[in-house]
Ligand binder design. Sequence first.
Ligand SMILES: Nc1ncnc2c1ncn2[C@@H]1O[C@H](COP(=O)(O)OP(=O)(O)OP(=O)(O)O)[C@@H](O)[C@H]1O
Length: 404
Amino acid sequence: MWKLKPPLDTPLSLKYKHILEQRIPIDPATLINLKRLSAEEEFPNLSRSCTNMAKVLTLQMYKRLRVKATKSGFTLDDIIQPGVDNPDNLSGRAAGCVAGDEESYDVFREFFDPLIELCHPGYQQIKMHRSDMNPENFKGGADFDEQYVLSCRICTGRNVEDYSFPPHCSRGERRALEKLAIQALIELSSEFNGTYYSLNTLGEEEQKRLTSAGILHEDPLSPLMVSSGMARDWPDARGVWHNNDKNFIVWVNKEDHLRIISMQQGGNMTQVFQRYCFGLKKLEEIYRKKRHPFIFKYYLGYVLTCPSELGTGLRASVHLKLDHISKHQKFSEILQRLRLERHFIGDTHTSAEKNIYSICNSDTIGFTEVELLQMVVDGIKLLITMDKCIEQGAVVDDLIPAQK
Ligand SMILES: Nc1ncnc2c1ncn2[C@@H]1O[C@H](COP(=O)(O)OP(=O)(O)OP(=O)(O)O)[C@@H](O)[C@H]1O
């Protein structure tokens, strides 16, 4: 397994095991004792890494931070491992690192603050995170022309107080979180009738059915999940719940304790957002009543495993067909000005041939949920207008938005 924790039978690691299990504050001197080699000798080779982690981490910072750990024992080396193993940065936003628990963002703030700023320029000016999950505050319609838009999806993550995050949680923590999620989802079922499927016991037929409904993916274990430690013990204590209409989905113990998804075919983003807000607020209330609230910090918003998803965690994406504007030489620049980004679709080859794109918001922090959705909807509508104009032989340069 990737996590190079010392073997448990040596005196040195017994000391480490004690630290992990007792959850006592870690004495930096203890960690220094565990580091037999110098920072220069241990510093990772980042020459191929295009991630934001590699842009932020210097040897001096590594020297200062490598002897620190959170109370549950998450270290800087654990944080940066995904970016060391996966040097590519396909989205431009790739953090190349993960948090192992809520405290990671405090103990390693010297590293995380500039990193979040790179992922989300302007983050350091944010005084207080704002949330707005009232669909009535959305201006204008959020319904798209279905000749262009094939499907809409909104996704976010949530982590529960007092438990380590998936890269770091123990088997027992993960199982306790699954138990809690199953109880909460049963309560949610009074609003949304649904079923939980444990990956441990999932049959082949069910697996096929969930995959064809876009709920399970062919290969759930990305290299990022493996190198961050999120894939440890897979599929133990992992599962997915969906409502009877298969348009509200909750993943348990994947990248975050919970990943919440509202999605449907066609262009009705209004319904997708209404369901997202209603279901997520309900789930949050259930967890709060069980005295296991979601982790929220005034300056980070909802605290998630991946620092590029802090704030709302919201990713609103649309699969749409753009035959013309996608060939414009400034297509990438237009997306950037609209604060949107392109994600790759599972079957990249076929979707590229058919000019089908997956476009979503690039920000998650600094804006409310309603504001982010507004950006996505207004941006997608503009792209569709531009596509239509080009098809009719018009020049669209004066429609290109100014840099926001
Ligand atoms: N609008 C959409 N309609 C249908 N499927 C979608 C849509 N947007 C994304 N998906 C699918 O959801 C999966 C995850 O998409 P993507 O990687 O872009 O999102 P993410 O936010 O990075 O990850 P996740 O939402 O799983 O946490 C992919 O299989 C993708 O094809």
